[in-house]
Design a protein around this ligand. Structure first.
Ligand code: SF4
Length: 315
């Protein structure tokens, strides 16, 4: 399929590939999806630091429901390599299209913002940059190095794309020694074609496995959303697949539909089902599990990293 971007005289659509799709049903949110309004002083200060450094955050671009809570505590997750993604996943609110050139000063700006926010643990993610020869792996590594120099006591978690399966790309990120390497599976394999069509489930599992092979001490992490039409047994199979790849930390959260053009919420999973999944995941051997309706990859990432280290030390 060819997508023509006609931007003359008008603001380009945020999701040009979805603009002509039929509207999807929008299910009413249940009572247990309650979030804090983004109005606090801390929220304003975080926003100012992000803006001053010309950065993007996944908190804003993905429309994360936890932004009021996280930004009040100055916990922002940086999204590097621009605000425009080369993929068009059915669940994601990040803008899609043709991105601009990389900003070579961005790693330094991320390090500067990390210092100003006083982050003990920073999470860095990115848009997919399938247009780049290395998928953006070198830029990830440069960002890790810049944070290490500027904030030597800050621990670093990366949440990476699959680098379009480009040879050796994630090895470059592993070599820069983040403390946590996260790569999300997002959903069960049977839903990939509808939810994450540009990715391959087996490759994502293999990527996580390879990270652990390259550096067995590095913590690995992955996450899925539920409510996208998956079966419970499929979720349990994903847990087994992740454990086969020696993944340490699993996150499970409720999918929320950003707009009517995105994938519909097939089901709101009640909190007691998340609790049951958490119990099963621990029984399957994960060091850490976070499972709740509002769990997101980077939610409480600093506190969870401390618990992760303690769990390994006590294992
Ligand atoms: S959960 Fe993550 S993405 Fe959402 S607001 Fe918090 S830090 Fe940002």
């Amino acid at each position: 399929m060819v997508v023509v971007l006609d931007t003359v005289g008008k603001v380009p659509a945020r999701h040009p590939e979805k603009a002509h799709r039929p509207d999807q049903p929008a299910a009413k949110k249940p009572d247990w999806i309650r979030v804090k309004a983004p109005v606090s002083r801390g929220y304003g200060e975080t926003r100012a630091i992000v803006r001053q450094n010309g950065l993007h955050t996944v908190c804003e671009e993905a429309g994360c429901p936890n932004i009021g809570e996280c930004w009040e505590k100055k916990h922002a997750t940086f999204m590097i390599m621009g605000d425009t993604c080369t993929r068009a996943c059915a669940f994601c609110n990040v803008k899609t299209g043709l991105p601009g050139a990389l900003d070579p000063a961005e790693p330094e700006h991320v390090a500067e913002a990390t210092a100003k926010l006083g982050l003990a643990h920073v999470v860095v993610t990115s848009v997919d940059r399938d247009d780049l020869a290395d998928g953006g792996a070198g830029h990830f590594a440069a960002t890790i190095r810049a944070i290490r120099v500027r904030c030597p006591s800050t621990t670093i978690e990366v949440l990476t794309p699959d680098f379009l399966r480009k040879d050796g790309a994630f090895d470059v990120v592993v070599a820069a020694r983040p403390d946590v390497f996260n790569h999300n599976l997002e959903t069960v394999p049977s839903r990939y074609l509808m939810v994450r069509p540009g990715a391959r489930y087996f490759h994502s599992i293999r990527l996580l496995q390879r990270v652990k092979e390259l550096d067995p001490r590095m913590f690995t992490k992955s996450g899925i959303m539920v409510g996208l039409g998956e079966e419970r047994n499929e979720v349990l199979q994903v847990m087994d697949d992740l454990r086969s790849a020696n993944v340490d930390f699993l996150t499970i959260g409720q999918y929320l539909q950003p707009t009517r053009k995105h994938h519909a919420v097939i089901r709101y999973v009640p909190p007691d089902e998340f609790k049951a999944l958490e119990t099963i995941a621990y029984a399957k051997g994960f060091l850490m599990v976070a499972a709740s309706p509002l769990t997101r990859s980077s939610h409480h990432a600093g506190d969870d990293f401390a618990r992760l280290k303690a769990a390994r030390a006590g294992a």
